[in-house]
Design a binder for this molecule. Structure first.
Ligand SMILES: [Fe+2]
Length: 451
């Protein structure tokens, strides 16, 4: 029994000893656990703070990206709109508004060469500047400004005065009106011009982001400007070609000088009233100017023959070939393709008795039906040497009598409306009285004149 008690006491003593000996370590362990917990909580707080901060940053970046995407979309949309404007002047005016709007600046200027050959760039468009004498604002290809714009380094600062007195003097007029930077408009091969900007509306300096946007805008505009200049040049050459062809017709038959242009103006007014517009109307006007080009294949013995000389069947056959000859000539020139129909079919009749194809009614294009009426009215009222000149009233009466047979009756009525609305419709002056040999070409049935 005593042994058992002794054993219990001994075990209890050992337990007490172990408890007392580990107590310090347990306390230390608990303390460490508490510290670890606090560290963990602090880490969680820190992570939470970091994640909130990261969320704010992401939101900011997201907003900036959205703004940038919006700006870029806006720029490209604007550029697209610019490309749809055919007139170079309208295009450049639009560009100035775009420049001011996107750069949020107080003023802007655009320098372009006076023409493709000149070496002088002048201020041709501006917004928000008070210029006075515009002639002060120009630069040449041998100027320092041109060199810096062509150097490929982008923005050329104008504000602040550099030590170089020549540069300071050269750019003084630009600084005097508040322009702070110039940027090049670079084409595929050369400098097309330069845009210059006044300060920002909010007074802040321009940032890199502004120049990036401007660079994108200008690259778009440069392409459009270069295409527009090319178009202008081609159009100039195109108009010159047409004028040369019309002059050729007039030279071949001097008694009808001016007839083509008058017919074209009248026919175009009728066409507008009948709803033709845009490119279709432009092509129609072109066709009216060239519809008689086939006459250049006719011998002068026919065109200048006397009224007392009757026309023979061979001559009549030749005359009736002029629409086909005209269509053949125009068909070989790609950009004159739309005029082929008018050249070939302007002598078709509404009742199918015309030539060369005997087309009838709406089988004849609306354009050819309009031209047939306008051409006949103009020929009847014009001073020709081979026929009696009709008064406008008499010509209208005759044309109305031919409505439904020779002419489309709807077109006839529209022509009459146009003549009523344009009371002062230009009547051609009498031709040179010195050349008074009368001529008559009654080569086709029901036709009022050889037009
Ligand atoms: Fe003709």
């Amino acid at each position: 029994m005593n042994g058992t008690i002794t054993l219990v006491v001994l075990v209890f003593g050992v337990v007490i000893y172990l408890y007392l000996s580990q107590r310090g370590r347990l306390s230390d362990l608990l303390r460490r656990l508490e510290m670890a917990e606090r560290e963990r909580e602090k880490a969680i707080d820190h992570l939470d703070s970091l994640s909130r901060s990261a969320a704010r940053e992401l939101d900011l970046v997201h907003r900036q990206l959205r703004r940038r995407a919006f700006d870029l979309h806006d720029l490209f949309t604007t550029s697209g709109e610019i490309r749809s404007i055919s007139s170079l002047h309208e295009f450049l005016s639009s560009f100035m508004l775009t420049l001011i709007g996107h750069m949020r600046c107080t003023s802007a200027a655009l320098f372009l060469p006076v023409d493709q050959e000149t070496s002088v760039f002048t201020l041709q468009y501006e917004k928000g500047l008070h210029l006075g004498n515009r002639n002060r604002f120009s630069f040449t290809r041998d100027s320092e400004l041109y060199r810096r714009l062509s150097s490929g380094s982008g923005v050329v600062p104008l504000s602040g005065v550099e030590p170089d007195p020549a540069w300071a003097e050269e750019t003084r007029p630009l600084r005097d009106v508040g322009l702070v930077a110039a940027v090049p408009l670079v084409g595929r091969e050369k400098l097309l011009g330069a845009a210059a900007l006044g300060p920002r509306l909010d007074g802040e300096p321009y940032r890199d982001r502004d120049w990036e946007l401007l660079s994108i805008l200008l690259s778009q505009v440069s392409v459009t400007l270069e295409n527009a200049l090319l178009f202008e040049r081609l159009n100039h050459s195109y108009q010159g070609t047409i004028q040369a062809l019309v002059a050729t017709i007039d030279a071949k038959d001097p008694s009808t000088v001016g007839h083509t242009q008058r017919t074209s103006r009248l026919a175009t007014k009728v066409a507008e009233k009948m709803g033709l517009e845009g490119e279709r109307l432009e092509m129609f006007t072109l066709g009216t100017l060239l519809h008689d080009i086939g006459k250049i294949g006719l011998p002068e013995s026919i065109l200048r023959r006397s009224v007392t000389t009757p026309i023979n069947p061979g001559q009549l056959r030749l005359i009736q070939q002029h629409p086909m000859r005209g269509a053949e000539i125009l068909g070989k020139i790609p950009f004159l393709g739309p005029a082929v129909d008018l050249a070939r079919h302007h002598h078709e009749r509404y009742d199918g008795l015309g030539y060369p194809d005997g087309l009838k009614g709406e089988g004849i294009s609306l354009e050819a039906r309009i031209l047939a009426v306008a051409d006949s009215y103009e020929a009847m009222t014009a001073p020709r040497k081979y026929k009696e000149r009709r008064s406008p009233a008499k010509a209208v009466k005759e044309i109305r009598e031919c409505a439904g047979t020779q002419f489309d009756p709807t077109v006839v009525e529209v022509l009459v409306q146009v003549l009523d609305e344009e009371k002062d419709w230009e009547l051609p002056a009498d031709s040179d009285p010195a050349d008074s040999t009368p001529r008559v070409l009654s080569e086709r049935r029901g036709s009022a004149a050889f037009n």
